[in-house]
Design a protein around this ligand. Structure first.
Ligand code: XMP
Length: 512
């Protein structure tokens, strides 16, 4: 294990991902729990993250002493570098406001961290965060790279395997960053990449068997990647002790509900209860136009229906959930007001504790891309594993204004054509998410010799790495024109198509 001690940087999770990409398991813990984690995990290497604090302010966060007495290599990044320098006897001075920026470093000496990546005297681009800086080194350290603003851009004590960098190797804006982290893990710490999805699968299965014993597990399926992978993995571990419940709210995309049913019943032969609750959901949504109201109605009904079905199945001791690592990483919180609720999220993972069941969460150590890799390992079809994210409330939030069966049907057909064209153009995997939205306005058009007065359809496509920020996808106009023509010709009820060119922020990805 590589232990990552978090001081609250926005990008700490990226460090964990880069290390795992090297096939080495890594865990993130908040600095307050650093000492306990060193004792518990006995890490083979430690990374100190960046963070918003200042080392020279009185109550600043510290790395646990255990990090420096464990006898393992330590890499300090940004705040982590300053922390390491200050705690080992060096000096750190106040700089200006902390901000990110592109910078160039000049290599002064080739050390194992740079091995095969950077040569003596070369200059390289890095993503630097300017703030406090190290001004006097602790004993045993030397400067191995400098930059105009940071004479101590990289420091090293090669004998102990201690390295400090003022820049962020974990972000893509530091082009060689991933290779430097690879060097730290493999060459400095001497770790081998044995943490593969195959190995994870074996261990996860053993753990599920141990936890569940002869108990019964119930698993809610959403049609998405996480719950599907969790279900297939659990089934592999305990077979018929698992029952899946698929609450079909009638707000899925075209063909999707059938796909879930045939994959689980047909392909995997996993016991599946398919609850066709479309009438119930669409009935409950009648007349509701407010987005939050829609979300809350769906979320509540979902829980009611699931709970009732779970009771019918009976005798289940465990509830399986597709909880992922980003949901469980404890974040370091600094003073800062509560954040506003933009949208109340609903998904299968949100089933309440009131069900009074123990949880089985076999994916809680994994990032999303690792879940996809595990899905492939388990033989889930690529169309399932590589699927764009789809929100829990489904098409209801792609239908601004009142929801009717007719509008949902139009939306399904148009959305299918749009996605088919995106796949055909080879763009599906480049785009994070693409979908159609049916607008609550009608406009006038002309078709043949006749006047039409029909719905407007908006198309959305964005690129993103995590859904937190996003850019609209710059399709070429020829592509958009083709899609618009097909939709208007093939989908009765639509006579105009527009494209959404809003990024996030200020827009959100979904319209509601
Ligand atoms: P927004 O619209 O907030 O969406 O920019 C960010 C990402 O989250 C998805 N999304 C949801 N996922 N339950 C989910 O499981 C929800 O209620 C929900 N609402 C939005 C959205 O599709 C995008 O990928």
């Amino acid at each position: 294990t590589v232990l990552i001690i978090d001081f609250g940087s926005q990008v700490t999770q990226l460090i964990a991902r880069r290390v795992r990409e090297e096939g080495v398991y890594s865990e993130v813990v908040p600095f307050q729990k650093g000492a306990e984690a060193v004792a518990r995990l006995k890490p083979k290497a430690i990374i100190l993250s960046g963070g918003p604090a200042s080392v020279i302010e009185g109550e600043s966060p510290k790395a646990p002493d255990a990090a420096f007495t464990a006898g393992v290599p330590v890499l300090g990044i940004c705040y982590g570098e300053q922390c390491m320098a200050a705690q080992l006897g060096g000096t750190v001075e106040a700089g200006h406001h902390r901000e990110f920026g592109r910078a160039e470093v000049t290599i002064k000496k080739v050390v194992p961290l740079f091995d095969g990546v950077w040569k003596d005297g070369e200059r390289h681009t890095v993503w630097m965060s300017h703030g406090d800086r190290v001004t006097a080194l602790p004993e045993g350290f030397e400067v191995v790279a400098t930059s105009d603003n940071a004479p101590f851009a990289a420091i090293a004590d090669v004998a102990r395997g201690y390295y400090g960098v003022q820049f962020h190797p974990e972000v893509v804006h530091t082009p060689d960053g991933a290779r430097l982290l690879s060097n730290f893990v493999r060459k400095v710490a001497g770790l081998e990449g044995t943490w593969t999805m195959g190995a994870f699968r074996e261990r996860a299965i053993a753990r599920i068997r141990e936890q569940v014993g002869t108990g019964r597990v119930i698993c809610g399926l959403s049609g998405g990647v996480d719950s599907s992978v969790a279900a297939v993995l659990i089934h592999e571990a305990i077979g018929e002790q698992l029952t899946c419940v698929f609450v079909d709210h009638g707000l899925m995309r075209q063909g999707e509900a059938d796909e879930v049913v045939s994959l689980f019943r047909g392909h995997y032969n996993i016991p599946l209860v398919h609850v066709d609750a479309a009438d119930l959901f669409i009935g409950a949504l009648e007349g509701i136009e407010d987005p939050e109201q829609k979300r809350k109605t769906i979320g509540k009904l979902f829980i009611d229906v699931f709970e009732a079905e779970a009771k019918k199945v009976g005798g289940a001791d465990f509830l399986a959930q597709g909880t992922l690592y980003p949901d469980v990483i404890e974040s370091v919180s600094f003073a800062g007001g509560p954040s506003v609720t933009i949208k109340s999220h609903h998904n299968v993972g949100g089933l309440p504790a009131r069900m009074n069941m123990k949880l089985v969460e076999p994916l809680r150590d994994l990032f999303k891309d690792e879940v996809r890799a595990l899905g492939r390992e388990l033989g889930l079809p690529e169309t399932f594993v590589g699927r764009h994210p789809f929100p829990g409330p489904g098409l209801a939030i792609r239908c601004p204004g009142g929801i009717t069966r007719e509008k949902l049907e139009i939306l399904r057909k148009a959305d299918a054509i749009y996605l088919e064209e995106i796949r055909y153009a080879g763009l599906y995997d480049v785009i994070w998410q693409a979908f159609a939205v049916i607008l609550p306005v009608r406009t006038v058009g002309v078709m043949g010799d006749g006047r039409t007065y029909d719905h407007v359809l908006a198309l959305r496509a964005v690129t993103s790495v995590d859904g937190m920020t996003a850019d609209f996808y710059p399709f070429d106009m020829g592509f958009l024109g083709r899609v618009a023509t097909r939709i208007i010709n093939e989908v009765k009820g639509v006579n105009r198509v527009v494209y959404d060119v809003t990024s996030k922020p200020p827009g959100t990805i979904e319209w509601e």
